[in-house]
Design a protein around this ligand. Sequence first.
Ligand code: ADP
Length: 169
Amino acid sequence: MHLIIGDITTLPVDAIVNAANTTLLGGGGVDGAIHRAAGPELLEECKQLNGCSTGQAKITKGYRLQAKYVIHTVGPVWRGGGKGEPKLLASCYDTSLKLAVEHGVKTIAFPAISCGVYGYPVSQAAMIAVKETANFLELNEAIEKVHFVCFDETVYEAYERAIDSLNHE
Ligand code: ADP
């Protein structure tokens, strides 16, 4: 697991993960950035997918991105934490990684799913992201590298603390 600050759309990895919404028809934040960078063919493919449930994931090609695939997952909207948000967020990481393995992906990059307009507290989300990914990597050797792409310093620091606390468990 590797942390970087930057724009996920520029990364030369096999797959990037999109923090999409249930329609899969594009939106703001990282979703908008990925659609702009991939080009209109991405939306055309997404229209064929019939949306995606919260906590699940679907895969498309990457079109004009360097990444061969985009894995679209739908994070939970934060509603205080008592509405199953942690399980749903963990499932985003787990189902995305499973799809990645099924498609022979070896390097993958995740944004901080649900940490933008969906309002998930960043420190809690970072803990789930690194824990779920570490658990997955322990059981699956196919994935060689997972990048957590942090859009700003605050998110980066939250991931640093999460990885630190995982190492001290
Ligand atoms: P959600 O709806 O799941 O909350 P957002 O796109 O609003 O998704 O935000 C998720 C995270 O992605 C936020 O931390 C946001 O700052 C970050 N983000 C926005 N644009 C990019 C980008 N181009 N690359 C990486 N991360 C990004």
